[in-house]
Write a protein that binds this ligand. Sequence first.
Ligand code: URA
Length: 268
Amino acid sequence: MTNREPEPPLWEQLAEQSKQLPQGERLQKVMAVHGFGSRRVCEDIIAEGRVTVNGVLAELGRRVDVEVDVVSVDGVEIGVRPGLVYYLLNKPVGVVTTSSDTHGRPIVVDYVPAEPRVFSVGRLDADTEGLLLMTNDGELANRIAHPSHGVEKEYLAEVAGGEVYQGAIRRLRDGIELEDGVTAPAKVAQPSPGILRIVIHEGRNRQVRRMCEAIGHPVTRLVRTRIGPLSDRRLKPGEWRELTQPELRLLTEAVALVAQRYDSDHEQ
Ligand code: URA
């Protein structure tokens, strides 16, 4: 008889061995997958001290568990949280942005996967077509709906009455009196007579339609062509796709930038 300690059971030995294996993915790999450039470039970003993991400055060689760790670059969280989905839908005319409709009209959630449940970020009128962001990320949705009135949204408006004169375009640009107050300055161009490209960052009810009405050119067709950095000319009405990681990063950055500007404008 020897008085050697009995060996632990095999599964305990395996668990111990796997604990000793490096855990998680290398930070630069996770960043590269999220569109920050090659791994080399990502290593430089880490070395420049621009990356934190769970709020702590990250060092080169750091591994992260994408299921639990929160990675931020330049203070902006990158989309590594699990279970969150982001869809870009080209909403067709006649489809409503609410979660149900008493008139039996089709609703936007019918166009995207049922699980996980998503909601639209902001809304488009039933008679407006174009890009709509849908997600289950309430935090990003709230940030987009920040009181600074969110990111830029670009519309193509076909208007009645033919060519719009410069004076009227100037009124749209400067801000126009509507029943709920003067609109913020807008970017307005007329790529062809009777077609206006309008960029606004407010989200008032039927805003573009009311702006065009106010200059005597009611809208006959309205299409949202861009939400901040998101646009897609190839997405047909009724089609949707997931945002790419670089798009998600650009969107998160755009939202953070708007919020920062708003905060510094409103500092006491
Ligand atoms: N402005 C409008 O008038 N309608 C929309 O759906 C969006 C912006």
